[in-house]
Design a protein around this ligand. Sequence first.
Ligand code: ADP
Length: 459
Amino acid sequence: MTEQLSLFPQLSLKERTDQLIEFRWLFVVGALIGISIGNLVFPESLPIPILLVITAAMAIGNGLLWWYARRLAASPAEGREARYLRFAHVQIVLDIVALTVLLHFTGGIENPLYLLYIVYVTVASILLARLYSFLYAGLSTALFSGLVLAEYWQFIPHVHLAGFVSPQRYQRGLYVTVVLFALGFTLFFCAYLASSIAEMLRRREKELLEANLSCEMRAGELAKLNARLAELDKSRSQFIRLVTHELRAPVAAIQSYLRLILDGYVPPEKQREIIEKSERRALEQLALISDLLELARLQDRRAEAEPELVDVAAVLRSVTDLMQARAEDKDLLFSVQIEPNVPPVRATPEHIKQLWTNLISNAIKYTEPGGIVVVTLSQNPNYVVGTVRDTGIGMTPEQMSHLFEEFYRTEEAKAMERQGTGLGLAIVKRIVESYGGRIWVESEKGKGSKFSFALPKAM
Ligand code: ADP
């Protein structure tokens, strides 16, 4: 059986050991006082020298126990609890034996202090597992019965407390039987009661400890969630600030163009040009709004269509014609290399189309005429892998670190291509990650870039 209370912390075992030792000092002092009083009350009856020797032996023994308890407290933590338990057993056995010896020399059954056995059984019930409370109740009953019966049958001499009880009491069979039975019953009943209460307390302690632990864990989780929420809230406010700024710019431009015309600053032959400029800004705004809508849709998974098996190669072929035309317009060499038998991925076809379109149109946009754009599609054991490589303007490592942030555009990109929302790559990243994939980029300023993505194969 588990001897005890893995839950009783060592501290409490230590405290209880110290208490036992303190209690024994009190007992020694009490015994000395008792011997002095006994000498007055029962002159001639008590063997005072023997009692003094026993008390001195108890004091020395307790001194040794106190010394050992201090060593125990300083011993290595590993196995200390088991040592404390062994120590508790030794002390309780010694106490019960010492009490029996003392009782022998102070009247045996005539001395009501045999009730002290109850104290040791109670201590054992609190400190040790239930079995031991019954064991020590049994040991106490056996030792006291042995003493009383040995005196009864006159194997050992009896010390009579003259004047306290009638001289022959220890010889009365009925009296002896009743006292032994009453004491045995009381001891076992006490062991039962005290160990039940102790076990209930241990259970409660365990429940409390567990509840405490789970509370602490919850508090930790909540703190983490809270920090994450604060972070999200911060980036949301930042995003709103950016969106407002981006949306305001084209409207402000259109409004100022219109005001120029309305105030009559633009001659009629120039008005068309200004109106065309206004339209371009309006188109930019429309592109921005549709990108923002797409981004929001990607964030709200409920609004998404049910994913299906998508042939990534077929989608790539479907956008190739349009991209080829754009590349030719810019005098770029455009090539597409698709490995045979690339398996499907589970996704929304629209998203895969957008993924290819955004990456390829960026490569075309940010490559000078005469450059090359190469698109490949292949697979590895778990993923379908797409790459878009160009010999365009490229990026510095610093620029690459901001690449997937909303509205981020490099100065070189802005100079080369006025149109652009800075949202295309943020959309692409969300698409890829929402299907459990990842996207990465390699680039060198002035040399070109290579965007790669990997999407999990549909099993
Ligand atoms: P947009 O193209 O509308 O500016 P994106 O989100 O698609 O927005 O791209 C963000 C920025 O990333 C671009 O403005 C550009 O600075 C950089 N970028 C994207 N693709 C490339 C590329 N192929 N070569 C160099 N820079 C690129």
